[in-house]
Write a protein of this length. Sequence first.
Lengths: 99, 348
Amino acid sequence: MKRFALGILIILGLVTLGIAANARMRAMVAIFPTYYAKEVCTCLFVLKQDEAFCRAYHAQFLPLIALGVDREAMQVRAWAPIATVSARLIDERFGCAVQ
Amino acid sequence: MCLSALLAARVEAASFPAAEWEDAPEAYAAAEAYAFGPGMKTDGVVIIRAGKLAYEKYRAPYTADGRHVAWSISKSFLNALVGVMVGEGKMALTDPVAKLVPALGRDEAHKALTIGHLMHMSSGLAWQESYEESPLNSSVLRMLYGEGQADMAAFVAAFALGSTPGTKWSYSSGDSNLLMGAVRQAAGEARYRTLPWTALFDRLGMRSAVWERDGHGGFVASSYVHATPRDLARFGYLFLRDGLWNGERILPEGWVAYSRTLAPAIKATPAEKQRYGAQWWLNSGEGDTVLYWPEAPADTYAAMGHWGQAIYVIPSLDIVVVRTADDRDESFSTSTFLKHVAAAVVGR
């Protein structure tokens, strides 16, 4: 049983390393936190909705990603395995952009 | 008097909004009961009839002053920017895209792609337009949130062709963002930075309008205009008035008619039931006996975005209807909604 668990861990580790080493795969994995950071930034700072609403609106699809909001910097950061992405408000015309 | 003369006379006599729309309240009880009824996720409805604000209603937390996402309604704003550039002679519908986006000059097949093909969603590029239902195969998600995010026009320009340009209609957010790359070159870098405001938003009084950009400063034409429903109605009203705003011609003569003309490649795809012009959806094309929204007036055309966002323009009723929404299923029917709106106008 211990060997089996160890085997699973090693396979998961290798898959993670493989994804991290491959730029295309990394970009693909980053799609989800990028979506979350960008769209929550827009929801908060462009649509000016409250944080609970914005989290709930987008989290329906993405329950596994952690999110941090910095209201002073008008920035939203999303953490997911392998990728961390942030988006911030540029200005009143151009709205939010991924950093 | 024939319909076109009637419409021309209406444009001459039309009233236009100043800082705010003038109120002229009307009841739309059946449309309201449908749009805001059980199971519907309508966030807002604004109806402009004969140039005045006839009806509006919002569902919390949305209000008259709050912006809403527009998603692919943005593509119809792109249409207008192309119209302005064509009107100024900066680009032509028959121009090869390669003239403005050099990456398209890499082979003869890509050189055949024109501005008009992109306007008609007929580029032939091997694009996968899918959203949350198939995220790993989606060219759109790769463009908006993956490797394409850095420079969306360049990302799309690198796609191989799946069919000869102009022969197959296939709705593509990539076509729109590639077209925006051509607009950028046509306008010139300095002007492009504020082009949506100087060419459109400021002239129409769309003070709430935001247009977000990609990592290279390109306006995301496929998806990222945000505005209040009242301001979205201003844009619809520009098209209802044939590209004129308060006596000023913003879109070239004939541009709205062109935008509402069926993309030729749709007829080459007999199974295709949807109707599309140039970055605008249509209820019917020339020669159609069946309407796409059967209960809505035949001349309805629309800017439409993900999850139910829409600007419906119906010249025969002198009306613009904006609906913002959070439709996550198929409960809402455009046809039924517009049937109720039309019945209220005709019954008056």
